[in-house]
Design a protein around this ligand. Structure first.
Ligand code: NAP
Length: 292
């Protein structure tokens, strides 16, 4: 028997394209008023191929929108002090509004110490602990890219968050934890699961919205969600030649009311939100009275 599904496929590209289109329309006017374009500096240490691809994609998208990019590639053996000195220079550079330090950094580098060096107002990835604290208190000016992208998708497809029971699987500082905070700020009733949680299937079955950000291919199966639930899959896992999410998309599709695909769901949102943050940081820098 062929199963048919009426589930909404929550594609990220139309949402990302809408946001990017708005930025593209706004940037020329903002740049002419400021007398310079927004500027994004990318710092890449070492030759990790995936990181090289990510940085290239981010810079390409920025340039398409009219954002100037400043590319800094450092050898894998770069000492901590040299990397911190570069960040100090970028912090002081008036043409740079956003600084992204591509992770992971090589072993000899103390990542947290580097991320703390980025000026708060140029921290477009929102990795600085002080910005994380402001986010937790709902006082942040910039929102972390992937988590903010998930909220944008839910809002675009008019999936209500307020009052919903949301189960977040994963509590990383980049995705799970900040996303749980953003959802809480949207008045969701939050449960956060992690590797020590007992009986995740039973917890997930209570949820109106299940969000997976674990890095475990097809972990969330159809028996783990209730009929009509919404599923957001942040995971990206390589299985052979294929990219798959943390959720078993094909098995879930007939059961859920809406689901993000992988690829093409949350993925396109991360770069779009980085662009949103860069332009926001630029406006903060050039026209603070209009933002604060
Ligand atoms: P991470 O730092 O490795 O964190 C994984 C989280 O999942 C941890 O909190 C971990 O729990 C939890 N976890 C792992 N195995 C589990 C299990 N068997 N049961 C319950 N919880 C488990 O990963 P991340 O950076 O958050 O990334 C998660 C996934 O999202 C990855 O696939 C990554 O590639 C993807 N991602 C996608 C985007 C995008 O743009 N779409 C952006 C960022 C990340 P503990 O805390 O207890 O260890």
């Amino acid at each position: 028997m062929t199963q048919t599904s009426s589930a909404t496929v929550l594609k990220g590209k139309p949402v990302a394209d809408k946001l990017l289109g708005e930025l593209q329309a706004a940037i020329p006017g903002l740049a002419s008023r400021a007398g310079r374009p927004p500027g994004l500096a990318a710092v890449l240490v070492g030759e990790d191929p995936a990181s090289q691809v990510y940085v290239r994609l981010k810079e390409k998208k920025a340039n398409e929108l009219g954002i100037a990019t400043f590319d800094h590639r450092l050898p894998a053996g770069t000492p901590q002090r040299d990397l911190e000195a570069l960040i100090g220079k970028l912090n002081a550079d008036p043409a740079v509004d956003g600084i992204l330090v591509q992770l992971p950094l090589p072993e000899q580098i103390k990542e947290e110490q580097v991320l703390r060096r980025v000026a708060l107002e140029k921290d477009v990835d929102v990795f600085h602990p002080e910005n994380f604290g402001l986010l937790a208190l709902k006082q942040g000016v910039l929102k972390p890219c992937t988590p903010a992208g998930v909220i944008e998708i839910l809002k675009h497809y008019e999936i209500g968050i307020s009052g919903k029971r949301v189960v977040m699987i994963g509590r990383s500082k980049i995705v799970g934890l900040p996303l749980a905070l953003l959802l809480l700020h949207e008045n969701a009733t939050m449960t956060i699961c992690h590797s020590r949680t007992r009986d995740i299937p039973a917890v997930a079955r209570e949820a109106d919205i299940v969000i997976a950000a674990m890095g475990k291919a097809r972990f969330v199966t159809a028996d783990m969600v209730r009929e009509g639930a919404v599923v957001v899959d942040v995971g990206i896992n390589r299985v052979g030649e294929k990219l798959v999410g943390d959720c078993d998309y094909e098995a879930l599709l007939p059961k859920v009311s809406a689901i993000t695909p992988v690829p093409g769901g949350v993925g396109p949102m991360t770069i779009a939100m980085l662009m949103v943050n860069t332009v926001r940081a630029f406006r903060l820098h050039a026209f603070p009275e209009e933002i604060l």
